[in-house]
Design a protein. Structure first.
Length: 197
């Protein structure tokens, strides 16, 4: 008896959300263990974005939305992210990436391999640019309103600017590779249309 599609989607969502939280919790230790130093931005960022994009394409838009919102909340609950205002900004940034990629993925669905890859890649690049613009603009406004002092100001402006584009793009490349493997080995069965009158 085949597993119901809803069950498969919920399972995939739960698995990818768990991975996103694990990457955030143990990211610093993993990065250090791999010789990348204690700065986890360029290690954890791509992995979390990977989870967002794979969930969106492989489990559906609502799966991507759920992880976009719940992964920052999870990070806040365990103390990885401590500022509620940044929590909200990151959630919106994740949603921007997910929604942009979802549109591209929907457009790419009927296409063959190469055009599909191009359209998906374009969606990732646009989503990465919009996500970065949102976070960078937001932190500039926050800095002006609350007059952050050094070195916090420089650190926040750096973290919420170009590194966001890099981590989203790298996460996108990883996601495309993972999706290629998943869609070949474990394709989502499309619902059979009801042809009864």
């Amino acid at each position: 008896m085949p597993i119901p599609r809803t069950t498969r989607i919920l399972t995939r969502t739960a698995l990818l959300l768990s991975l996103a939280l694990i990457f955030q919790v143990f990211g610093r230790d993993l990065a250090f263990g791999l010789g990348l130093g204690t700065d986890q931005t360029f290690f954890v960022g791509p992995l979390v974005n990977l989870c967002l994009l794979v969930a969106t394409a492989y489990a559906g838009l609502w799966s991507g939305i759920a992880i976009a919102v719940l992964s920052p909340l999870g990070a806040y609950a365990i103390g990885v992210q401590t500022e509620p205002v940044f929590l909200a900004a990151i959630s919106v940034a994740n949603l921007i990436l997910v929604l942009t990629f979802a549109v591209a993925d929907h457009m790419a669905e009927p296409l063959k391999f190469r055009p599909k890859l191009i359209v998906r890649s374009f969606g990732i690049l646009v989503g990465a640019a919009l996500k970065t613009a949102w976070l960078w603009g937001g932190i500039l406004i926050y800095e002006r309103l609350f007059a952050m002092k050094e070195p916090t100001r420089s650190a926040m402006l750096n973290n919420f600017s170009w590194p966001q584009a890099v981590t989203a793009a790298v996460g996108g490349v990883l996601a495309l590779a993972v999706l290629l493997l998943l869609e070949k080995s474990f394709p989502i069965r499309k619902p059979v249309p009801n042809t009864n009158p």
